[in-house]
Ligand binder design. Structure first.
Ligand code: TYM
Length: 329
């Protein structure tokens, strides 16, 4: 059976981008594949969170995963730092990762630009840790959003390099996955770019209806089409892209036609979009509230996940060490 793996950094609550980029695909796959989903707390250390924030965010994200539909009895749901084997494989993989290729990754170059005072080695080797996450369970499919495409490319490169170096078929090539469709990029509400945690342009799964309405009504648009059949501008295209994942086909068609014949009123479109988001997030929000207060359940889930993940990871690590020549006397 093929193995599916995905993860998320615990840097805040889950937004619609996380949900539609990674979580929903994973939830749909958990019954048919051998599935691993984890909270990448080690990855989040590159931003130096306070101990309270780190622990709080791990708990938050865990509750949100569960509320979004990950079944811990079926999938293996775990916290990255509970599985020390990942850190050991990361160390081994670092020996075959080259500084030049790491420096050339887009995300690293972006970090140099956006946070010049904190360009740490963890950021440089971020794709190596991510590769270790993936190959430690020999994952075949990795449901992620479009922004992770390059990291997945690096993971394939490192996995393949190991196979070639030791002339052995140890790791399968992990593919980014979205049911045969292109990977998604859910845009933000500020007119440009993707929905993100840090940008303040996102809608979160836990958010109350009134907050969602306010955010959507404030979303950036343009002054409206003046010529029939004109092309969508970026901010309006973005609103339609969010509609694509939460609204019905008829609703989308209705507003697209109104745009085409220049009778669209963005206020109406936003009202509809807000209600469709609310309809979609309400059951998840209610489950988040239930689950996050149940500390006993959360610690049971984490313990069970760690046991299952360690069993799988230690098997691969043992094999890798033997291949490399780290053997017992
Ligand atoms: P992170 O925590 O930034 O995001 C988690 C997942 O959400 C997706 N995502 C989006 N998808 C579509 N549109 C958006 N606007 C959007 N924003 C976020 C991301 O693509 C991702 O799938 N490096 C990873 C975490 C990670 C990981 C892994 C993922 C660590 N090891 C191994 C897969 C496999 C990250 O920072 O994701």
């Amino acid at each position: 059976m093929e193995t599916v793996l995905s993860g998320i950094r615990p840097t805040g609550n889950l937004h619609l981008g996380n949900y539609f980029g990674a979580v929903t695909n994973f939830v749909k796959m958990q019954h048919e594949f051998n599935c691993f989903f984890f909270i990448a707390d080690l990855h989040s250390l590159t931003t130096h969170p306070t101990p309270q924030d780190l622990h709080g965010n791990v708990k938050k994200v865990l509750a949100e995963y569960l509320a979004a539909g990950i079944d811990p009895e079926i999938a293996t749901l775990y916290v990255q730092s509970d599985v020390r084997e990942i850190a050991e494989l990361y160390l081994l993989m670092n020996m075959n990762a080259y500084i030049g290729e790491l420096q050339r990754t887009t995300t690293f170059k972006e970090k140099i630009r956006t946070q010049p005072d904190n360009v740490n080695a963890g950021l440089l080797t971020y794709p190596v840790l991510m590769a270790a996450d993936i190959i430690i369970h020999k994952a075949n499919k990795v449901p992620v959003g479009k922004d992770q495409e390059q990291n997945l490319e690096m993971a394939r490169k490192f996995a393949n390099r190991f196979n070639v170096l030791y002339n052995i078929d140890c790791f399968p090539m992990p593919e980014p996955f979205n049911f045969g469709k292109a990977l998604v990029k859910i845009p933000g509400l500020d007119g440009t770019g993707k929905m993100g945690k840090s940008d303040g342009n996102g809608i979160y799964l836990y958010e109350e209806p009134e907050a969602i309405r306010k955010k959507v009504m404030r979303a950036v648009t343009d002054t409206g089409p003046t010529e029939k059949n004109s092309k969508l501008t970026e901010p309006v295209k973005n609103l339609f892209a969010i509609m694509d994942v939460v609204s019905t086909h008829d609703t989308i068609k209705h507003f697209k036609e109104k745009y085409k014949d220049c009778t669209i009123r963005y206020g109406d479109l936003k009202k509809q979009l807000a209600e469709d988001i609310i309809k979609f997030t309400t059951p998840i929000r209610e489950r988040i509230k239930e689950i996050e207060s149940d500390e006993v359940y959360l610690s049971k889930v984490v313990k069970m996940g760690a046991e299952k993940a360690i069993a799988s990871a230690s098997k691969t690590l043992k094999e890798v060490k033997e291949i490399i020549g780290i053997k017992a006397f």
